[in-house]
Write a protein that binds this ligand. Structure first.
Ligand code: AMP
Length: 282
């Protein structure tokens, strides 16, 4: 496995891969890797000739400087995990490599970014769009792999690829969970043991809501009960709990059996903001 830090180092490698007509898989990450990230890498190594993983904590997608400062960084351990997982290349650019000058261009993903993550983290998807577009241009993969855990991000990136004609495919990989259901996240490292237990409320409420919806209860009642469950839970604050179309992110007031629907949740547990989602009808 080779670690690449600049565009100049990457270009000849890419040219050789391209010349031989090989397929290049790309897994963008912010590091602090866990099994969820490694699932993406495994999907890529299984279907592509070469796999490149990027590790870059992208400053432009953080709307809270505290969240950015406290984002876990574990580069040595990450590299060891990627080597063992069979990645071929790891791209670890510096901030000035990706942002040699302040970026003036701004993305607007329309309705997709007016709700949920877009609403609660203003500017977040602009930062995601910028860094992913830059990485796609630099790396020029055949296929890029993203996690269903960040469902709205997947919708934004599919729009980016279509609207800017990137000519690459996007593969979505299911959410990897801990045994007790908590979605794996780099931010979980920041939970103390008590908060780690309290964080279970997100997946518990998602699963309970799915069960109740499929049993015929109304979405309004379920939403009210979830809000009440968070209000009475210690140390937790619900930001949103929404039923929606997993691609358009149209928010639904009622549940119907006749089309794709997912529930998305965001909540603070202590100082740590967590998100999760569950497909109800795929
Ligand atoms: P991040 O490093 O958090 O920006 O995530 C990098 C990629 O890994 C994104 O495509 C995420 O959606 C994906 N990812 C993060 N957590 C998980 C998980 N628990 N299961 C599957 N994919 C994940």
């Amino acid at each position: 496995m080779k670690v690449i830090r600049t565009e100049a180092e990457w270009k000849p490698i890419w040219a050789a891969i391209f010349k031989e007509g090989k397929q290049l898989g790309f897994v963008p990450t912010m590091g602090a890797l866990h099994q969820g990230h490694l699932d993406l890498v495994a999907k890529s190594t299984a279907s592509m000739d070469f796999t490149v993983v990027s590790i870059f904590v992208n400053p432009t997608q953080f709307n809270s400087s505290e969240d950015f400062q406290k984002y876990p960084q574990t580069l040595e351990a990450d590299l060891a995990q990627l080597d063992a997982a069979g990645a071929d290349y790891v791209f670890v650019p510096s901030v000035t490599t990706l942002y040699p000058q302040p970026t003036r261009l701004a993305f607007d993903f329309g309705d997709l970014e007016r709700v949920l993550e877009g609403e609660f983290r203003p500017g977040h998807f602009n930062g995601v769009g910028l860094v992913v577009a830059k990485l796609f241009h630099l790396i020029q993969p055949t296929c890029a792999f993203f996690g269903q855990k960040d469902l709205q991000q997947v919708a934004v990136i599919k729009r980016l690829v279509q609207d800017l004609s990137f000519g690459l495919s996007i593969e979505v990989v299911p959410t990897r969970r801990e045994k007790d259901g908590l979605a794996m996240s780099s931010r979980n490292i920041r939970l103390n043991p008590e908060e780690r237990q309290q964080a279970l409320l997100l997946y518990q409420q998602l699963s309970l809501a799915k069960e109740r919806l499929l049993a015929g209860e109304t979405w309004k009642q379920i939403q009210t009960d979830t809000a009440a469950a968070f209000s009475s839970a210690a140390n937790s604050k619900l930001e949103y709990f929404a039923l929606l179309h997993p691609e358009t992110f149209e928010i639904f007031d009622t549940f119907r059996m006749d089309g794709p629907q997912s529930i998305c949740i965001a909540a603070f547990v202590g100082q740590v903001r967590l998100i999760d989602n569950l497909p109800i009808i795929a």
